[in-house]
Design a protein around this ligand. Structure first.
Ligand SMILES: [Zn+2]
Length: 531
């Protein structure tokens, strides 16, 4: 029934809304063939096994990774992780995140390049955050309040209950419905859809919404549990209240559909007063403050959301405002950071350097903010074609890289590859091997690893790294193709006597990984009903 819909063309105007927020991803053609249900039938209530929910989540995440607006920006990613990991630790401490849930679910937050204010929780511990949300919140506490709410939908098994209610339709139908709702929450591409399509899809979407929205009771529970998770994590309770107020006020001023989160989270007045009542039970704490790091990450999100040339120009020109010096230091840092990045997006490197020099001269920034400025400086050098300079700024002899500092690891590797020097490729490959040892699911790191091997002329390892990247994006068909290409190359090299001892080891890893991925691809095909 849904197979005739072009869900990728859904737009925000349809007024659909989602699972605690909707999404927007194109549905691949195979995904739209929903007539077969090979997963086990789902029981009722919370009987949905964790493994089944996780696999449902994977089938949705796979489409998200393919979406052109899925964004792996390591700088923003590290910022979101710095909040997310603290919330997870708090939920663990409180007992909501059980060892079993923690182990079986992904607990992964994806960034979506969309200007609307939205965040969503998917089955299996996959979550998403629109860049519009990060640019709209004014503190880490506000962002934490939304993430904690979504986290709690997952730990309280609200999604499992919804799956159980819809289970008779089969998990793949459920996956397509969720993807359709995500598509409907997007702000982009609205003009590309015909009116007729809009009406047809709108009707379907409304029907889907009524089946997939969380209930009022679930929303209340996610507020209550999320509030506990966030405050026990050390975030200011005030952030929960100001976030709601911000959404309510924004909706009054601007009812253009930019707030899908609000549409899927109505009854704001009631929720604000609940949050205020809870807050009064706690000892008074400091007011929520905007840190320089938050201000910079917020403008980064605004610029990376592709707001168009006019907005980029206006972000850049705000650095020339006459009253800039009267603003707070964090605010000045955010404005100068945004102006630098906005000029970089327009490839005006002279302008970018001027703003960046003022940011460097600002002074008084803490270590986290200084790190953000250093990364921006290296990013500008790399973009302007000075990769060696970027390497010098980032490599370990110049700065100690924390083991969790993904942005520095990734940018340093990109810069080394950018020099086009084989010895830099070699260093990058060995540093990335260390990283991938700790983070084997990092698809972008595997792709960088492939470039580093190519630079050294190591085609066999380069192809294998590309295959691993596809596997980590859950695209098992593409991964099998790449592993087969690697296997063919290894055979050819062996027959020409070009495979040394290390090469033979690599070849046997490739054989084993190919068998494993072929098994995963068969399972994936069965779930989709394609034989
Ligand atoms: Zn919710």
């Amino acid at each position: 029934m849904f197979s005739s819909l072009h869900l990728s063309h859904l737009s925000r105007r349809l007024g659909v809304l989602g699972v605690c927020a909707a999404l927007l991803l194109p549905v691949a053609p195979a995904q739209a063939q929903l007539n077969s249900n090979r997963l086990p039938n789902l029981g009722d209530g919370a009987d949905v096994p964790l493994g089944v929910e996780r696999r449902l989540g994977e089938s949705i995440a796979r489409e998200i990774y393919r979406d052109p607006d899925y964004l792996d920006d390591p700088v923003l990613g590290d910022y979101v992780q710095s909040i997310w990991q603290i919330l997870l630790a708090s939920a663990r401490q409180r007992g909501e995140l059980t060892p079993e849930l923690e182990q079986q679910f992904a607990w992964e937050v994806s960034l979506i390049r969309d200007r609307s204010i939205n965040a969503f929780a998917l089955p299996g511990g996959y979550l998403g955050v629109h860049l519009g949300l990060i640019s709209a919140v004014s503190s880490a506490d506000e962002l934490a309040s939304v993430l904690a709410h979504e986290l709690s939908h997952v730990t309280q098994r609200h999604i499992a209950r919804m799956i159980a209610q819809q289970g008779k339709q089969g998990p793949m139908v459920m996956a397509a419905m969720i993807l359709g709702m995500l598509a409907a929450s997007r702000t982009m591409n609205a003009s590309s859809m015909s009116a007729a399509n809009a009406v047809m899809v709108g009707g379907q979407a409304a029907a889907i919404q009524s089946q997939l929205n969380f209930s009022r009771d679930m929303e209340r529970e996610a507020d209550r549990v999320g509030y506990g998770v966030m405050t026990e994590a050390g975030y200011e309770p005030q952030g929960f209240v100001t976030m709601f107020e911000k959404l309510q006020q924004a909706a009054r001023l601007n009812d253009n559909g930019s707030f899908p989160y609000l549409r899927s989270h109505p009854m704001t007045t009631e929720r604000i007063s609940d949050a205020q009542a809870r807050q009064q039970l706690l000892p008074t704490r400091a007011a929520v403050v905007t840190t320089a790091t938050h201000a910079m990450m917020s403008t980064r999100a605004q610029v990376l959301a592709k707001p168009g040339v006019d907005v980029l120009r206006s972000i850049a020109s705000s650095a020339h405002a006459t009253n800039l010096a009267q603003q707070s230091k964090p605010k000045q840092a955010g404005i100068l950071y945004g102006a630098t990045l906005a000029e970089m997006q327009q490839r005006n490197f002279v302008g970018a350097r001027q703003h960046l020099a003022r940011l460097h001269n600002l002074g008084g920034l803490d270590l986290t903010a200084i790190r953000a400025v250093r990364l921006l400086t290296a990013e500008l050098a790399l973009m302007a074609g000075e990769a060696s300079q970027a390497v010098a700024m980032l490599e370990p002899k110049a700065t100690v890289i924390a083991s969790h500092d993904r942005a520095t690891h990734m940018l340093l590797a990109r810069s080394r590859v950018g020099t086009q020097k084989p010895e830099q490729g070699k260093t990058a490959a060995s540093e990335l091997s260390w990283w991938l040892n700790q983070h084997p699911r990092d698809a972008s790191a595997w792709l960088l690893q492939a470039s580093a091997y190519e630079l050294q002329g190591d085609a066999l390892r380069a192809i294998r790294a590309q295959a691993e990247a596809r596997a980590m994006e859950l695209d098992y068909g593409a991964a099998v193709d790449r592993f087969k290409a690697a296997q063919t190359l290894a055979h050819q090299m062996a027959s020409e006597g070009k495979l040394d001892r290390v090469g033979h080891m690599e070849a046997s890893i490739i054989d084993a990984r190919l068998r494993e991925l072929e098994r995963l691809r068969r399972e994936q095909a069965l779930e989709r009903g394609i034989n």
